[in-house]
Design a binder for this molecule. Structure first.
Ligand SMILES: CC(C)(COP(=O)(O)OP(=O)(O)OC[C@H]1O[C@@H](n2cnc3c(N)ncnc32)[C@H](O)[C@@H]1OP(=O)(O)O)[C@@H](O)C(=O)NCCC(=O)NCCS
Length: 227
């Protein structure tokens, strides 16, 4: 940790923090996307568009000397974000990295078979964020977020501080609720969300297969909070 000062939460700087937060995303994604080409694509799905499209809802954890070592990034209105993603983000993707060329969209690759193709298809299909099969999620909790912190800074209370900064901003804006979708096997993250005031979405959303509230057909958990 930095000896220059204590870590603290601040608004993200979409220019200066872009590279370090890209790196935080690469280092903290789930095991399936932690290596190879999926790891190179991951930040373009779960990090870059937020800093580019709605930086005023992105907060960095500063190590005390100006370096960003964690983030919470948020789209305050998911339908508007999807529209911006399609209209403003997709057209520039290839210029950010030639790897991000639009793939064949049919048939859908799914998550298991060809992960690289599945991720590229997801990148070009932002409408998945609307969860059309269960519109209540976005209607009741219109904002959505991602949070990640480098290992050296985890379990020190900074995740909670990042959340508090975001909730304050969302409340100021009059946003009624926030959701996130997380990998079901990330047990530690679920404990964190429950500890800081989130809960599972209160419906069975996988057509009864799991029988669990807020668990979708891919085994992902839908986590929500009213503001
Ligand atoms: C999940 C994450 C954002 C949490 O942030 P954090 O700074 O580590 O969490 P905090 O220190 O603010 O924890 C607040 C409370 O949450 C609970 N909590 C956090 N991590 C926990 C864990 N691993 N196990 C059990 N409880 C946990 C505790 O009650 C904790 O309070 P306490 O430390 O006083 O007991 C962070 O650990 C992280 O980035 N992990 C790796 C990436 C990741 O999984 N991101 C989420 C993807 S969905």
């Amino acid at each position: 940790m930095s000896s220059e000062g204590q870590p603290f939460v601040r608004l993200a700087d979409p220019v200066k923090d872009a590279a370090p937060l890209f790196d935080v995303c690469k280092k903290t994604v789930g095991p399936a996307t932690r290596a190879g080409t999926p790891n190179l694509i991951a930040p373009y799905i779960w990090n870059v568009p937020y800093l580019r499209l709605c930086p005023e809802y992105c907060f960095s954890l500063d190590d005390g000397s100006g370096n960003a070592v964690g983030y919470v990034i948020c789209a305050p209105n998911t339908p508007e974000f999807v529209k911006k993603w399609r209209e403003e983000y997709l057209p520039i993707l290839e210029s950010l990295d030639p790897l991000l060329k639009k793939p064949e969209m049919d048939p859908p690759a799914g998550w298991g078979k060809d992960l690289t193709l599945g991720m590229l298809q997801l990148l070009y299909r932002p409408e998945d964020m609307l969860h059309d099969a269960c519109p209540k999620l976005v209607e009741e909790y219109p904002a959505h977020l991602h949070i990640d912190i480098l290992p050296d800074y985890q379990r020190k209370g900074f995740g909670k501080k990042l959340m508090e900064a975001l909730w304050e901003k969302l409340r100021e804006t009059g946003v009624s609720g926030v959701h996130l979708v997380m990998e079901g096997r990330n047990v530690d993250a679920e404990k964190f969300y429950m500890a800081v005031g989130y809960s599972r979405f209160d419906e069975v959303v996988d057509e009864g297969k799991s029988g669990e509230r807020g668990k979708d057909a891919n085994g992902n958990l839908w986590i929500v909070k009213r503001l």
